[in-house]
Design a protein around this ligand. Structure first.
Ligand code: RIB
Length: 310
């Protein structure tokens, strides 16, 4: 098969990352360990991850006409992502994410900036690109009406849609019904279903189906992935264990790798196993995109895993 064509529609940020030993308390000033600037944003991250895994990727997003915007576009270009349809808006600043990495986890504040000015009209003008895609990948760091416009356009021609509902936002039944695969984590599924995070898996999944969802793929970090649809029983895929340096971008790698594998015609189970391996590799380095693996790295990791070399 030719390289799958994936269109990613979403955010692009510059990540301002502080490494520290622990999170500050409210009102406290802490001395951090190190500071870095990395390209980020869930959309751009997913575009880069899919490209490294061999897909032909088009990214649709919006940046400001500033240094950060230029860095975003240069980085995507270097990663062989098609940036011909990135909107440059001179009236707003490129989005940033303020990320603190500590205690094997991270805390993120996103200031969307230009990401908020990606409008449905931008997407409607690119209908043809969406229709020619093998898979369309979306997240929720751009306006919800823009996500909805993309969903309607892809659905018209039966293009499979993956929605990573991060950060969580309420979605209508009509939109949920049109999304082929939705990939919430534990807190996002609780938000979408208005349940508590302690609710049973059965209850969370049944609620998602009642809200209109098709395939629900719930990522649970070290607890692996649960997935199913209303006509099948709940399945579980174990996580791969690796030494964690930074989990930023693990979800993005998972979604991108899942998209690539589905676009190649693999089963959901196979696509999730592949995505788990790619996501595991991504947490072994600092920064969202730094650790995103190439196709060769994932294949090597899978082959070592099969030989029991972990
Ligand atoms: O998923 C990680 C990403 O979330 C970061 O790169 C940051 O920019 C935020 O969008």
């Amino acid at each position: 098969m030719q390289n799958p064509k994936i269109t990613v529609i979403g955010s692009a940020n510059i990540d301002l990352v502080t490494e520290t030993n622990r999170y500050p308390k409210l009102g406290e000033t802490l001395l951090g360990k190190r500071f870095h600037q990395f390209p980020g944003g869930k959309g751009a991250n997913q575009a880069v991850a899919a490209s490294r895994l061999g897909a032909e990727v088009t990214f649709i997003g919006c940046v400001g006409q500033d240094d950060y915007g230029k860095q975003v576009i240069d980085n995507l270009t270097k990663e062989s992502v098609n940036v011909n349809h990135v909107v440059v808006n001179s009236r707003v600043e490129t989005g940033i994410a303020n990320i603190t990495v500590a205690e094997d986890d991270n805390a993120i504040i996103v200031v969307p900036g230009a990401n908020s000015s990606l409008r449905p009209e931008h997407i409607q003008a690119l209908e043809e690109i969406i229709h020619k895609s093998d898979v369309v990948v979306l997240q929720l760091e751009i306006p919800i009406e823009t996500v909805e416009a993309a969903v309607h356009i892809a659905y018209q021609k039966g293009v499979p849609i993956i929605l990573n509902p991060a950060p969580a936002a309420k979605l209508t039944k009509e939109i949920l019904r049109k999304i082929t695969y939705i990939t919430p984590n534990e807190s996002e599924i609780a938000f979408l279903t208005s349940e508590s995070e302690e609710a049973s898996l059965e209850s969370l999944f049944t609620n998602m189906y009642n809200l209109g969802s098709n395939y629900v793929i719930m990522t649970c970090g070290e607890r692996g992935v649960y997935y199913g649809d209303s006509s099948s029983s709940l399945q579980h895929v174990e996580a791969c264990s690796v030494k964690t340096i930074d989990t930023t971008g693990a979800g993005d790698t998972f979604n991108a790798a899942f998209a690539v594998s589905i676009a190649m015609g693999n089963s959901i189970q196979d696509a999730i196993e592949y995505a788990n391996s790619a996501a595991a590799l991504s947490v072994t380095k600092l920064g969202a995109q730094t650790g995103m693996p190439t196709i060769e790295e994932v294949e090597k990791f899978i082959s070592n895993k099969e030989k029991g070399n972990f």
